[in-house]
Design a protein around this ligand. Structure first.
Ligand SMILES: Cc1ncc(COP(=O)(O)O)c(C=O)c1O
Length: 439
């Protein structure tokens, strides 16, 4: 694959942009690729290489790139000349539409990013419960605030015993005392969670949990686990906060809370909420939003760009098309098709591997272990994943070199494109067997 123009842009970018990228997750060895066009399910780079996009803006672009129906509606809803800084009827319409799709939530406030939504949830939980610290799930990513960027993809040599995981910084530069104050729980383990939460009930204000761990591929929660957490949190005066950045609109139209029938106190949404425009939101119980309601609470919730009109126009456009085009069911059918095909191919090539996913999110694991948490996810064979993904990417698919980073398709990934992906998976598994034979 010719990448000379990307390399030249990278060399130029190094003078003005650290590592040539604005988000470290976009960095690639030996250099990032620079893109010039996106259309439907395809991305084209500056060298003219065309890729089937299986990352789709980290899961944000659910209708497909540059969708004309979406673009037309965004224009329709952003005709006021107002950009930001004031409230409009559109701000209310978007909130009403969101709440009709996610009826378990009573109210929503919009932010720009998921990180901000989670930061607000933490402040509100502190104000509401009178306690200070957070509990998170081992392996999860809930944004880059010091209190939650804890034990995100931790080194298992340092992570301690599963019955009492250590609180490890997700990166350097975080405040050590804040990181240490965060309690880390294993996913899907109700017994350990109950014990640790009970032991720390005097200080834990909220448990922040991605109700299916998509940031480590796709590891679903067991229903009784989420139901159990709901009860434990109620008993211990701890707020249950779902991080639905990735599960929202993908696991079901009502998010993970709709699928599991477990209502959190607060939940962050983003990504698909506006088909790639910059918008996130914090939704949940009206009684908890009183903490930020002037005259009732004293907690802050401010932001120049909160409820940005272009993003709300995009969210309205997305939510209408999501219903009209039955996006969830179509994506779910297509995801099931990919997963079933991969299971057959793994058997054909005698590879211990599986694909897991739902609603357009998915990931491949090279293991035959039951995947229930971060630790079991790390049993996926890195060497086999690398052999597979290099072969797959070599056929012109934009996918993740990281063995735990999730993938996504959109409504623009037609059955024809899926058939092509299935044929590529077949060839890539065959190559994987050859490359890793004897290892
Ligand atoms: C589950 C989850 N929570 C929170 C975040 C942070 O969101 P943002 O990147 O919008 O700050 C992400 C981003 O990838 C995410 O996947």
């Amino acid at each position: 694959m010719e990448l000379a123009k990307s390399k030249a842009l990278y060399d130029r970018a190094l003078n003005s942009i650290p590592a040539g990228v604005h988000s470290n997750s976009r960095y690639r060895n030996p250099h990032p690729i620079y893109y010039q066009k996106a259309e439907g399910a395809y991305l084209t780079d500056v060298d003219g290489n065309r890729y089937i996009d299986c990352i789709m803006g980290n899961g944000a672009i659910i209708l497909g790139h540059d969708d004309q129906d979406f673009n037309d509606r965004v224009k329709f809803y952003s005709n006021s000349g107002i950009v930001t800084g004031v409230e409009t009827e559109l701000s209310i319409k978007a909130a009403e539409k969101f709440l009709s799709l996610v009826p378990t939530a009573e109210q929503i406030r919009y932010t720009n990013t998921g990180t901000e939504a989670i930061m607000h949830a933490m402040a509100m939980a502190r104000a509401y419960t009178g306690k200070s610290d957070m509990a998170v799930i081992e392996g999860a990513y809930n944004g880059w605030h010091d209190a939650v960027y804890v034990s995100t993809w931790p080194d298992l040599q340092k992570a301690g015993d599963k019955s009492a995981p250590n609180s490890l910084p997700g990166a350097s530069g975080l405040i050590e005392e804040v990181v240490k104050s965060t309690l880390v729980l294993p996913f899907n383990d109700l017994e350990v969670s109950e014990r640790l939460l009970t032991e720390n009930k005097h200080r834990i204000a909220a448990l922040i949990i991605e109700p299916t761990m998509i940031d480590i591929g796709y590891i679903p929660a067991k229903k009784e686990y989420l139901q159990g957490l709901r009860k434990i949190c109620d008993n211990l005066n701890i707020l249950l906060v779902f991080d639905e950045l990735l599960t929202g609109f993908r696991l079901s139209p009502g998010g993970a809370q709709g699928l599991y029938g477990v209502t959190p106190d607060l939940a962050s949404f983003g990504k698909a909420i506006s088909n790639g425009y910059m918008l996130a939101g914090l939704a949940g119980k009206a009684s908890i939003f009183e903490t930020v309601t002037p005259g009732k609470g004293t907690c802050s919730f401010v932001g120049t760009y909160n409820g940005h009109q272009n993003s709300l126009a995009a969210s309205m456009a997305f939510m209408e098309l999501y219903e009209e085009k039955q996006v969830f069911q179509t994506l779910q059918n297509r995801t099931e098709k990919l997963i079933a095909a991969f299971a057959g191919l793994a058997e054909k090539h005698q590879v211990k591997a599986k694909m897991q996913g739902r609603g357009g999110h998915f990931h491949w694991y090279f293991t035959d272990e039951e995947l229930v948490d971060y630790r079991t996810a790390t049993t996926s064979d890195k060497e086999k994943y690398a052999a597979f993904i290099n072969a797959f990417a070599g056929k012109g698919v934009y996918c993740s070199p990281n063995y735990l980073l999730h993938h996504a398709i959109s409504l623009a990934h037609t059955d024809g494109i899926l058939d092509q992906l299935i044929a590529y998976m077949d060839e890539s598994l065959k190559q994987t067997v050859t490359i890793t034979a004897g290892s």
